[in-house]
Design a protein around this ligand. Structure first.
Ligand SMILES: Nc1ncnc2c1ncn2[C@@H]1O[C@H](COP(=O)(O)OP(=O)(O)O)[C@@H](O)[C@H]1O
Ligand SMILES: [Mg+2]
Length: 283
């Protein structure tokens, strides 16, 4: 069963006299329980796509068009702002790269997670704090009872990202979207957080979207991969085929750019004009 359906989504931005076409007619579906990687270089349209799916695209210069954006049977395009808020949290939640900006510096972590729970569930403050503590334990934070009383600036980057994941999970969403959740962290912490997200996804059977510019990051964590380039979907295949039979030169370049796969090659290869013309002709 499809939890998310997106048909012919186009996102543009007005810029002075110009229009920037950030997303140029993409369609995809996400099944219940499926984990999907969205890969593409910076600027390819990954974040704006999922901000729009979540009803978070509120830039005054944005123009969003789509035949359909549906989450759990609800057409996102038809909903009021209030309804969209309900969808967020309860049906779908998103974790961002910079978790520091997602927390209010003036309130403790426990308070903020508890408040989110209270907004969506009819329970009292004490119960909500207990639930927040369990969530912090679930994301493997040591001394969760103490951390509840910490302010965001008292936590390390990795701990903050774990707390952000706890907050996202607090309303038991059917879909979790993680937008470059580990990019700002060092490699060891990155691996731990990815493992945590994978474990939680398998345990809860929620759908999971992992957005990254680094194909290496998702190789072992997702079922299927969408490769985006310049606002289009270049490839949509299971993760095995992406690595073993990449169809597009761009996907091959992404694979070659994974550090450690081919010694010495760390940068993305430049795409030749011929290749680019070929894709546009075919898409
Ligand atoms: N608020 C905005 N105003 C103008 N252009 C934007 C805005 N947000 C994103 N863009 C542009 O849309 C394109 C896609 O951005 P984004 O989805 O953030 O890329 P990615 O997440 O793949 O790195 C980029 O060219 C970016 O500059
Ligand atoms: Mg992005």
């Amino acid at each position: 069963m499809s939890l998310v359906k997106v048909k012919n989504l186009k996102i543009s931005f007005k810029q002075y006299d110009n229009i920037v076409h950030a997303v140029r007619g993409i369609s995809f579906e996400i099944n219940q329980g499926e984990s999907l990687g969205i890969v593409g270089e910076s600027g390819s349209g990954k974040s704006v796509t999922f901000m729009t799916v979540m009803g978070l695209m509120n830039s005054p210069t944005s123009i969003v068009e789509a035949d359909l954006i549906e989450i759990d049977g609800i057409n996102v395009l038809d909903q009021s702002k209030e309804n969209i808020k309900k969808i967020r949290g309860k049906i779908a939640a998103m974790v961002f790269q910079d978790s520091m900006t997602s927390f209010d510096p003036l309130h403790t972590i426990g308070y903020q997670i508890a408040e989110t729970i209270i907004t969506h569930k009819n329970i009292d403050k004490k119960e909500a704090l207990k639930k927040a503590e369990h969530l912090l334990e679930r994301v493997e934070i040591q001394n969760a009872d103490k951390v509840l009383n910490y302010y965001p600036h008292q936590l390390s980057g990795g701990m903050l990202q774990r707390s952000m994941i706890a907050m996202a999970l607090s309303c038991e969403p059917k879909l979790l979207i993680a937008d470059e959740p580990t990019t700002a962290l060092d490699v060891t912490v990155q691996a731990q957080i990815l493992q945590l997200l994978t474990d939680i996804q398998q345990e809860t059977n929620m759908s999971f979207v992992m957005i990254t510019h680094d194909l290496g990051v998702i190789a072992e964590t997702v079922d299927r991969v969408l490769v985006m380039y310049s606002g289009k979907i270049m490839e949509n295949s299971n993760v095995f085929d992406i690595f073993n039979q990449p169809k597009h030169p761009y996907t091959k370049a992404l694979i070659d750019s994974i550090p450690g796969r081919e010694p010495g090659k760390k940068r993305l290869k430049e795409i030749s004009k011929e290749d680019r013309d070929l894709w546009y002709a075919g898409t």
